[in-house]
Design a protein around this ligand. Structure first.
Ligand code: NAD
Length: 315
């Protein structure tokens, strides 16, 4: 039984029905799985039921009899609380032989520790974070990274395929979470660079839309120039669906990983320091594309202050 693939109509638990979790759960329902979900937000539960899922009154209640439980929570600390530390922990409610699929963007070493704790209870863990944002979660075309025992990943390929357009096996448990944090560090650096460059260019008289078109056929092209500048940043809509707090957490995981491995990582430290300052000013509800607004605020503050070049000319 333990070697069998988990295919529809198997029962799955889904914990964390936020911007990403809800559309991912809906994809699983559409694929034919029986999905039992939990989130403290009543609206999320109502939306799950509207899509054909079952709402549970606790995280542990999703786990009883489920072949796999998926976590899509803000961070690894929340996952650990829900799975191990709560008064009614999910880890205790899960059936022996079931799989915990940890799809949040979490810290790799905590994920390894979680796997070690659950192994004693006969529960396998796979870290399977995703990339592609809300749009790809809705379309079921997320890019999924998977770390863990190959045989366990094989058992859950049907589940992952229902949510993803591509799946990469990254190695041992925790390796996918490391990959995800490093990806998001690179993505954040590209976002901040793109916003800063567009603002400098606009101040010089360049057209932001034209700049974006030129980046996108030139060597400055990145995911933010292609998918974020026009819809979310130049329009100042700032509603991409990925929170600045989550982006900052992800860069922090990459920086911590470098520290744990005793690797110098000066640029990622600068990027996380920038993101933390922006988060402090913009507040916890800010979208990650609002780093653009933070840069504009900095520029507004600088207006009226004498520019270094002007001073140099006078002296
Ligand atoms: P979100 O804040 O929209 O959703 C998180 C959900 O978890 C919320 O609905 C919240 O009520 C719920 N939650 C919090 N504590 C809980 C608990 N103890 N038990 C049950 N539910 C609880 O966040 P999101 O954007 O959906 O992101 C979820 C994860 O996916 C994060 O780790 C994030 O870094 C990652 N991620 C997000 C995106 C994106 O574009 N939004 C893309 C890739 C990965």
């Amino acid at each position: 039984m333990a070697d069998h693939k988990i295919m529809p109509p198997a029962t799955l638990g889904f914990i964390g029905l936020g911007k990403m979790g809800l559309p991912m759960a809906v994809r699983l329902i559409e694929a034919g799985y029986a999905v039992r979900g939990y989130d403290p937000a009543q609206q999320a539960l109502d939306n799950l039921v509207g899509a054909g899922g079952t709402a549970c009154t606790s995280a542990a209640a999703t786990a009883a009899g489920a072949a796999a439980v998926i976590t899509m929570l803000p961070d690894g600390d929340t996952v650990r609380r829900v799975v191990l530390d709560d008064t009614d922990p999910v880890g205790t409610a899960m059936t022996r032989g079931a799989v915990l699929i940890e799809m949040s963007s979490s810290a790799p070493l905590s994920t390894r520790a979680l796997g070690e704790r659950l192994a004693g209870a006969g529960i396998d863990v796979v870290d399977a974070p995703v990339s592609g944002g809300v749009k790809k979660a809705v379309a079921g075309t997320l890019s999924i990274m998977a770390g863990g025992e190959p045989a366990v990943i094989e058992r859950i390929t049907g589940v992952l395929d229902a949510m993803g357009g591509s799946m990469f096996r990254t190695g041992a448990l925790g390796s996918a979470h490391a990959m995800k944090a490093l990806n998001n560090y690179v993505s954040a650096a590209g976002l901040i660079a793109a916003c800063e460059a567009v603002q400098i260019g606009a101040a010089f008289g360049l057209d932001p839309e034209l700049m974006t078109d030129i980046f996108n056929v030139s060597t400055g092209r990145n995911n933010s120039t292609e998918n974020k500048l026009k819809p979310f940043i130049i329009t100042e809509a700032y509603n991409s669906g990925f929170g600045l707090a989550l982006m900052t957490k992800d860069i922090g995981i990459a920086v911590d990983l470098a520290k744990e491995l005793a690797r110098p990582a000066p640029f990622s430290q600068d990027v996380v320091a920038f993101a933390r300052r922006a988060l402090e000013q913009l507040g916890p509800a800010a979208d990650h594309t609002e780093v653009d607004r933070y840069l504009k605020n900095l520029a507004a503050k600088a207006v009226g202050e004498p520019r270094a070049s002007a001073q140099t000319l006078k002296s």
